[in-house]
Every structure is written in structure tokens, then in C-alpha cells.
Design a protein around this ligand. Structure first.
Ligand SMILES: CC(C)(COP(=O)(O)OP(=O)(O)OC[C@H]1O[C@@H](n2cnc3c(N)ncnc32)[C@H](O)[C@@H]1OP(=O)(O)O)[C@@H](O)C(=O)NCCC(=O)NCCS
Length: 185
């Protein structure tokens, strides 16, 4: 869906899942983050080599990356879903990045909304988001999506429980009053 962001810089673009061919665009987006945003995104200091390797890994380890792609085909914002296979319930760690000139204009919220849809589609039941306690934007964003925030060892950890909505999870055959096995007999 095409999105229009308002405020000082009008910006239009599309929020969509990134394709394998978007790898370099995603990498360039992360490299363009200003120093503060990059520190906030990676919870510490990182050099360009780290960021390049990180972007490569995302495109090779099954990470889902959703991007805001502007009209010039640049990725300007991203939301990532990283599986945490060690957790008992289907769980993923999520992360967000929006380039400075587009921050505080609602893009983070749009990306979050889309990410929740993908997370449901992938069957995750729990999402984790980690940031530092001073990251007011991320904390506000997480709260808006009902994250339970806790503070641990200098980090803020947000937990979002994805409760299957019964309405949306009624299997298609139930609407027709048949059981699938009966229907195939
Ligand atoms: C966190 C981030 C993704 C938010 O994106 P955004 O496009 O600026 O977010 P939005 O405009 O949708 O605003 C989201 C909320 O944060 C609040 N907010 C945005 N910038 C803020 C700021 N500088 N200080 C305080 N609150 C801020 C907004 O008011 C909004 O709150 P609301 O839901 O109560 O209205 C973006 O700031 C960013 O990329 N930061 C650097 C990377 C980072 O910190 N990533 C998170 C860790 S993974």
C-alpha cells in the first residue's frame, strides 16, 4: 500500500516485504543511519563493516525484513523479524530503523503495524524488542502496540504477546459446518 508521510519533507513510498534483490538497498539504508540512530538501533557502537555483515546475515538466515521504499527506490525505513528458535513458544526478536529526516512522522508506527501482520502470518506467539532505557521513541512505539516493558541490566525489554484472535482463526471449513475429513470422505 502506498503511504504518504507529512510534515516538513513530503515523502511517498511503499511499505512491503523486501525481496532478495533489495539486499543492497537494505544495507545502504542501515549505513545511512546517523550516528545516534545507528547506536540506538544496534544498542551500541558499530562500524560500517559490522553493519554490512549484519545486513548480509539478515538476507541469508531467514530474517523477514519489511521496508519503506521511497519513489526513488531507496529503503528509508525497515522492520525486522528474527526468529528466536531457542525459545519454547514460537518467538521472534523485532527491530526497527527509520532514517533521521523521516523520524517522528508516523513511519515507525506504519512499519510496526505491518510487522505484526507478518508475525501473525508466520505463527509467532511472542515478540521481543530490546532497546536502551533512554530510547523514548522506541518505548513509545512499543507501548502503542501493547508491549509489556521491563527493565533489566540497563536494557528495556518489551514483550508483545500475539494472542490468536478467534474470529480470524476459525478454519475455513467451520464456516460451512463441515469437518474437513468428513468433507473428503
Ligand atoms: C524508534 C524509531 C524506529 C521510531 O520511528 P518513528 O518513525 O520516529 O516513529 P513514529 O513517528 O511512528 O513515532 C512512534 C512514537 O514515538 C514517539 N517519538 C518519536 N520520536 C520521538 C522522540 N525523539 N522522542 C520521544 N518520542 C518520540 C512518537 O510521538 C510516537 O509516540 P506515540 O505512539 O505515543 O504517538 C526511530 O526513531 C528510529 O529509527 N530510531 C533509531 C533506531 C532505533 O532506536 N530502533 C529501535 C531499537 S530496535
Amino acid at each position: 500500500m502506498r503511504r504518504v508521510l507529512h510534515n516538513a519533507f513530503p515523502a511517498t513510498g511503499t511499505i512491503r516485504q523486501l525481496r532478495p534483490s533489495d539486499h543492497a538497498r537494505f544495507q545502504d539504508h542501515l549505513l545511512r543511519l546517523d550516528a545516534e540512530s545507528r547506536r540506538d538501533r544496534f544498542n551500541g557502537l558499530t562500524d560500517d563493516a559490522f553493519v554490512r555483515t549484519y545486513a548480509d546475515r539478515c538476507f541469508h538466515d531467514g530474517t523477514t525484513v519489511i521496508g519503506f521504499v521511497d519513489d526513488e527506490c531507496h529503503v528509508r525505513g525497515a522492520a525486522e523479524i528474527h526468529e528466536r528458535p531457542e525459545e519454547h513458544d514460537p518467538t521472534a526478536e523485532i527491530a526497527f530503523s527509520v532514517e533521521k529526516h523521516l523520524q517522528h512522522r508516523g513511519l515507525g508506527g506504519f512499519l510496526f503495524e505491518r510487522l505484526i501482520g507478518h508475525a501473525y502470518a508466520l505463527g509467532y506467539e511472542k515478540l521481543l524488542v530490546t532497546t536502551h532505557p533512554q530510547n523514548q521513541a522506541m518505548k513509545a512505539l512499543a507501548r502503542r502496540f501493547n508491549a509489556r516493558l521491563s527493565f533489566d541490566c540497563g536494557e528495556t525489554v518489551g514483550v508483545i504477546e500475539l494472542r490468536p484472535d478467534r474470529e480470524n482463526f476459525v478454519p475455513f471449513w467451520a464456516h460451512h459446518g463441515v469437518h474437513p475429513y468428513v468433507a473428503h470422505e
